[in-house]
Ligand binder design. Structure first.
Ligand code: GLC
Ligand code: CA
Length: 540
């Protein structure tokens, strides 16, 4: 289907997340690149997804895997060139795939020219107003301006040295020290990002994923974080005006463009405020992503999501994982199946077999709920979190910033296995001299695309069949659901016309409701009993 046939495509798309460093490496330096992605586009169109979201591809010193951007209008040379990205966009469109770029407006790299000018120009440099430079507290100014805790743990201020060598002001960074926060109260920052947005939309990008979308504004009086009081940098009301102006820009293009927010907010109503008709088109459903493998909790999350989105006619999204969180087969194989950054610890007992069985059922659940669905690369291969990466090879700043307590996010970012029996499993060409940037487990020989293709019991074939059925069945995608009567521990819902999904999260087999055919099951179903941790799609 050509990309122009579905104008409001974001309402029911299956969107595949490519993590560029780890998807496919064409030139053999151990790091994924644009040329590698272009070679593997056929894989994605065969998988049947509608759109691809690419993590940041901009020039970056990689202090936070590319989320520290040094130039928002160019491509990191390790990944390739702008010309190659333009080719990629054209080729993807030719295969009916839409392209979503990742924009990082909250902060830049400390190597960005504005920040370099702010440092080099000393205390009076006008570029300092584009960031948050403040004197320190205490008689010598050696205490940070606030005691805020950063998103990666640790403090949020780093002291600068003046050009004359004396100790200077501090600057704010909600993430790593190499990621200074922009001052969004400054008109030049707003104008710059409107221009960057147009730069990528003019190049044919169909959607923009907005990084850390709720963090852009800060309370300039710099209060401490106090429970119950307004937060100094989470979800300030004024942030909505920024997205209203972006929406006007996106709506100015003849072909439909989508704005997609990374909005982590526990309050569902504050979350859907970002999706009002003149703001973002969709946002990632972290409520669902963080939810336990538990029927009552999932039902509450699904109902809460659908009810809150319905008030403003916004499409829901269903997300099981991404490049920041524990791989789903690992999470579902643990005693605590919720996700939270605070409780992420290594060495937790994990039953990968159980996790895989549940992840298969979760795939059928999330692909049949009303709205759009996200698939993070490797989820369709059943990859697990790699937990034995030697500390010296770890790259994620979360690991050192947490005092080496949080293992960080490298374990879900390990390069994909494509073919063969040994690393690099076709990720890099056979004659590559450099090993992949993170080591792949030897056991991934059974998880490769090659090993799973045509194996009717593989995770990959389950995803392929589910996405194909989702395209064929008018009941799936956008729309509504109604719950069917079901025993405790079972989720059963119907969608019109003629479809039902039943997921058994209890520990005993349950009867499958009367139906015409079984369309697809997450594992073999004999007769009319649905085993535990199993999902089935039914024609009613
Ligand atoms: C988002 C990204 C994450 C990154 C952070 C800072 O949460 O998903 O990977 O580290 O923003 O840009
Ligand atoms: Ca490469």
């Amino acid at each position: 289907m050509s990309t122009s046939e579905r104008p409001r495509w974001w309402r029911d798309a299956v969107i595949y997340q490519v993590y560029p460093r780890s998807f496919a490496d064409a030139n053999g330096d151990g790091i994924g690149d644009i040329a590698g992605i272009r070679k593997r586009l056929g894989y994605l169109s065969e998988l049947g997804v509608d759109a691809i979201w690419f993590g940041p591809w901009y020039p970056s010193p990689m202090a936070d895997a590319g989320y520290d951007v040094a130039d928002f209008r160019a491509i990191e040379p390790v990944f390739g060139s702008l010309a190659e990205v333009e080719e990629l966009i054209t080729e993807a469109h030719g295969q009916g795939l839409r392209i979503i770029a990742d924009l990082v407006p909250n902060h830049c790299s400390d190597q960005h020219p504005w920040f370099q000018a702010a440092l080099a120009g000393g205390p009076d440099a006008p570029e300092r107003d584009l960031f948050w430079f403040r004197p320190g507290r205490g008689p010598d100014g050696d205490q940070p301006p606030t005691d805020w805790i950063g998103e990666f743990g640790g403090g949020t201020w780093t002291r600068t040295t003046n050009p004359d060598g004396t100790a200077g002001d501090w600057y704010l960074h909600l993430f790593a020290a190499q990621q200074p926060d922009f001052n969004w109260d400054h008109p030049r920052v707003r104008a710059e990002f409107e221009d960057i947005l147009r730069f990528w939309l003019d190049r044919g990008v169909d959607g923009i994923r907005i990084d850390s979308a709720a963090l852009l504004l800060k309370d300039a009086t710099l209060p401490e974080v106090v429970a119950g009081a307004a937060h100094p940098f989470h979800d300030l009301d004024g942030v909505h005006d920024i997205y209203r102006s972006w929406r006007r820009i996106a709506d100015g293009y003849p072909e439909p463009r989508a704005l997609i927010g990374e909005v982590w907010l526990p309050d569902r109503q504050r979350f859907t405020n970002y999706l009002r008709p003149d703001e973002l088109h969709t946002a990632f459903n972290f409520d669902f992503l963080s939810c336990a493998w538990d029927a009552a909790a999932l039902r509450e999350s699904i109902d809460g999501t659908l009810a809150e989105h319905a008030t403003i006619d916004a499409p829901a999204t269903w997300v099981l994982s991404n490049h920041d969180v524990t791989r789903v087969v690992t999470r579902y194989g643990r005693a605590d199946t919720t996700f939270s950054f605070a409780s992420k610890r290594e060495g937790t007992y994990t039953d990968l077999e159980l996790g895989t069985v549940r992840a298969r059922a979760a795939a059928l659940l999330s692909l049949s709920l009303p709205g759009a669905a996200y698939v993070y690369q490797g989820e369709e291969l059943g990859l697990w979190e790699v937990e034995d990466i030697p500390p010296a090879l770890r790259q994620d700043p979360m690991f050192p910033r947490s005092g080496f307590v949080d293992p960080g996010r490298d374990g879900c970012r390990v390069p994909l296995p494509w073919t063969g029996d040994a690393a690099p499993f076709g990720f890099s060409p056979d004659d590559a001299t450099t090993v992949p940037w993170l080591p792949q487990p030897a056991a991934w020989k059974d998880q490769t695309v090659q090993a799973q293709t045509s194996d009717p019991h593989s995770m990959l074939e389950l995803y392929r069949q589910a996405i194909r059925l989702r395209r064929e069945l008018p009941a799936l995608g956008n729309g509504t659901l109604h719950w069917l009567p079901a025993p405790d521990g079972v989720l059963a819902f119907a969608r019109d016309p003629g479809f039902a999904c039943v997921v058994n999260l209890s520990d005993t087999p349950v009867p499958i409701p009367p139906h015409q055919d079984k369309l697809l099951a997450s594992r073999p179903v004999d007769g009319d009993l649905l085993p535990p941790d199993t999902a089935v799609w039914l024609r009613m």
